[in-house]
Write a protein that binds this ligand. Structure first.
Ligand code: G
Ligand code: G
Ligand code: MN
Length: 402
């Protein structure tokens, strides 16, 4: 153990933390300001840094900015007596810039809380010391729209299927289709490397024609007309006068009830409130299809969209699900989204559920449907059919009393 570095303007606090560290067999080095600590910090030779946000001179958030420039990977713990939201924003911003902020602690705290934080930091550091640093990720180019279409036409479009669970009955109730390109040289490519460019040009329509056919065909093969099928569409579709008839004709051709088809729209550039696109969305609803607002709460999603577009489902972004447990603010926003759905009389879906605790938590808040790795990852159609059989009898979430 190399020891702990403490930056706090309060002499008494520095003494307390030194004593606690001493009891745990750790050495603490304390500084009353960031300026005084900076030379030591740059050596990076500590197991952990405890830093107060409200410092004289260079304050905590500024200090975070300076530390990110130093490329440190020492774990940092932020402390503050300010409102919890300030602490969690500072943590979030620091992490975004690559600083290893492992936790925050609101003052005043008990000696026990502090001791367990110090112990955790020491344990974590010991684990890390045995590990190789991660290899830097190679920068990969996005696929050009023309190339995507060429690959799709050559049969390289893959669809994977992720289950959705009714949180009241705990049975599967739907499936979301996610597109992949199986690239001959680069392997499986996810939509973050091709969808944006494609959505900005008319080739998205060619892509969608393949995608819808592929998805509907697989859906029929599942032999589960009770499930809904959710497909991601882009703003481009709902500016196209031909889209309502296209989707309607296709559903008839595959003998699929429109009431089982949910079209997910992510707000991004391009979703506008022109009379034309509002009319197209209304026509899609009149023909019996559902419209879902995807990734709600992040990016471009706004209450304006919500108030103008005829959505009948809201999917809360997985960002909120993952922060629900640790962050009171994320939980409040989650609750707001669920209450809003209830008031509007529409279905709510939580994305990104990764364990039972998250599943129970979102269900307790009143969310209707759950989706995430806990229930099932996106799977190729054959795997999904096996999953459906397994789900009927063995799924662990059915054993949980609700
Ligand atoms: O697993 P994944 O990386 O597939 O999905 C990332 C995002 O890509 C999803 O949130 C979804 O919005 C988008 N996406 C996935 N499949 C499609 C698709 O077929 N069409 C469009 N327009 N977007 C998709
Ligand atoms: O359309 P949309 O944003 O909902 O796409 C879902 C995306 O989220 C896909 O990229 C999918 O692979 C990913 N995803 C689905 N479930 C989970 C989960 O439990 N955890 C994480 N981290 N990602 C998930
Ligand atoms: Mn989606």
């Amino acid at each position: 153990m190399k020891g702990i570095l403490v930056i706090d303007g309060n002499q008494g606090f520095c003494e307390l933390i030194s004593t606690l560290c001493g009891d745990l067999g750790l050495k603490a080095t304390c500084f009353l300001s960031f300026e005084k600590a900076i030379a030591e910090i740059s050596l990076g030779d500590y197991d952990c840094i405890f830093m107060e946000l409200d410092l004289q001179g260079i304050d905590g958030p500024q200090a975070i900015g300076i530390m990110t420039g130093m490329c440190l990977n020492v774990p940092v713990i932020l402390m503050s007596g300010e409102h919890a939201s300030i602490l969690s924003t500072a943590q979030y911003a620091g992490k975004m810039r690559g600083l290893n902020i492992v936790s925050t602690i609101a003052k005043p705290f008990s000696v026990d809380e502090l001791s367990s934080l110090i112990q955790d930091a020491a344990d974590r550091q010991q684990q890390l010391e045995g590990q190789q640093p991660a290899a830097p990720r190679e920068k990969v180019e996005n696929l050009r729209p023309g190339e995507v279409i060429r690959l799709v036409e050559a049969g390289h479009l893959q669809c994977v299927f992720q289950p959705q669970i009714d949180l009241n009955t705990r049975n599967v109730c739907g499936v979301e289709v996610l597109a992949r390109i199986d690239h001959p040289e680069q392997g499986v490519i996810t939509p973050d490397r091709f969808v944006n460019e494609l959505e900005n040009c008319s080739l998205i329509e060619v892509f969608n024609e393949y995608l819808f056919n592929h998805s509907f065909k697989a859906y029929k093969a599942f032999g589960r007309p009770d499930l809904t099928i959710s497909i991601n569409i882009s703003a481009y579709c709902i500016r196209n006068e031909l889209f309502p008839d296209f989707i309607s004709t296709l559903a008839k051709q595959y003998d699929i009830s429109p009431s089982k088809v949910i079209l997910e729209i992510t707000e991004s550039h391009g979703l506008n409130f022109s009379a034309q696109s509002l009319m197209i969305m209304s026509r899609v609803r009149i023909k019996g299809f559902s419209l879902s607002i995807d990734d709600f709460g992040t990016g471009y999603s706004s209450l304006e969209t919500f108030s103008k577009v005829p959505f009948n489902e809201l999917k809360v972004d997985r960002e909120f699900t993952s922060r629900l447990r640790a962050e009171e603010r994320a939980k409040k926003i989650f609750e707001l989204a669920i209450n809003l759905s209830k008031q509007m009389g529409i279905v709510s879906v939580a994305e990104g559920i990764e364990d039972e605790e998250e599943a129970s938590l979102v269900a307790a808040i009143g969310c209707d449907v759950g989706q995430g790795y806990y229930f099932g990852r996106p799977m190729p159609s054959e795997k999904f059919m096996e999953w459906l059989n397994w789900e009927l009898k063995e799924a662990p979430w059915k054993q949980v009393s609700i």
